[in-house]
Design a protein around this ligand. Structure first.
Ligand SMILES: Nc1ncnc2c1ncn2[C@@H]1O[C@H](COP(=O)(O)OP(=O)(O)O)[C@@H](O)[C@H]1O
Ligand SMILES: [Mg+2]
Length: 279
């Protein structure tokens, strides 16, 4: 019996910046096909680096993979450049949006679809984006830099969708946005996923992430210290501590004591539980 097929897998990846800074320490993570997986963790935990090694952009930031491998489906992509990884359907929405503020909304979207050769799929992708974000259709001729933070985040996600990703990587999309806008973004992520795109959602806002995700991982100092179904993590005392943002970091609790009960998470068992529930 085989586990659910994986859209993306990070197999014990270690990464560093220069000689001194270790950012990932044998990090392991799986994104089942069609899932929304959340990665939680404090500032500096390695969340962004994890996304960079998936999208191949770590080198642009002076990073280096020192061990492990990343797979899209069965294909190893660990050493590939970002363009090749994009061609495999892995698209990252970077931290801080990074839209082209002098270009219009429409021009930003066109940049996102630039590698889509056939015009029909480009048109379809654009229709999907305007359908998800009507505000972008309304504002299509406006300069992106003049839009609100929330609208810019929507544009950044829309631009990524123009490449029709198989896996969408989102780096803290809720950062700095008002609660109502955060809710809209969460809703859109759910909808994007419902339409068939697997999603990896990096968040410091655990409440948002666990509300949207099916499975979640907690990163600390480059290590996965906890993982499991989002519904279970939501009830774990350690996560509640993270919610409140006080108390000792999870690692202190996890490193010396017994391994966390929730990890390693068994996807096969989870799939069995799901099908049992369904029947
Ligand atoms: N471009 C970089 N050069 C050097 N060190 C970096 C760089 N980017 C991140 N780091 C370091 O790597 C570690 C992990 O950072 P990061 O992946 O950005 O964490 P997070 O996204 O969880 O805040 C931190 O110690 C951070 O200071
Ligand atoms: Mg980050």
């Amino acid at each position: 019996m085989s586990a659910s097929p994986l859209a993306l897998k990070v197999a014990d990846v270690s990464a560093r910046y220069g000689r001194a800074v270790s950012a990932l320490d044998r990090a392991a993570l799986e994104i089942p096909e069609g899932a929304v997986v959340a990665v939680l963790g404090n500032n500096g935990a390695g969340k962004t680096t994890l996304l960079r090694v998936m999208s191949g952009t770590h080198r642009l930031h002076g990073g280096e993979i020192t061990g492990g491998q990343v797979f899209v489906g069965e294909t190893p992509i660990g050493g590939l450049n970002p363009r090749k990884i994009v061609a495999h359907g892995v698209i990252q929405v970077p931290e801080g949006r990074r839209i082209f503020s002098r270009l219009t909304v429409e021009e930003n979207l066109r940049v996102g679809g630039i590698r889509t050769r056939d015009r029909r799929s480009a048109a379809e992708a654009r229709a999907r984006v305007f359908d998800l974000f009507p505000i972008l259709a309304d504002r299509r001729h406006q300069r992106a830099g003049l839009m609100s933070g929330g609208e810019q985040q929507m544009l950044a996600i829309g631009r990524a969708l123009m490449a029709s990703p198989r896996v969408l990587l989102l780096d803290e999309p809720s950062l700095g946005l008002a609660p109502l806008v955060v809710e809209q973004i969460a809703h859109v992520i759910t909808e994007i996923n419902r339409q068939g795109t697997s999603v990896l959602l990096v968040e410091q806002n655990a409440e948002v992430a666990l509300g949207v995700a099916t499975h979640a991982y907690v990163l600390e100092l480059g290590r996965v210290v906890l993982s499991g179904p989002a519904s279970e993590l939501r009830n774990s005392p350690a996560i509640r501590q993270l919610y409140l943002g006080d108390g000792a970091p999870l690692g202190d609790e996890v490193a010396d004591g017994p391994r966390p009960v929730l990890a390693p998470w068994d996807f096969t068992a989870a799939a069995r539980t799901r099908s049992r529930k369904a029947s």
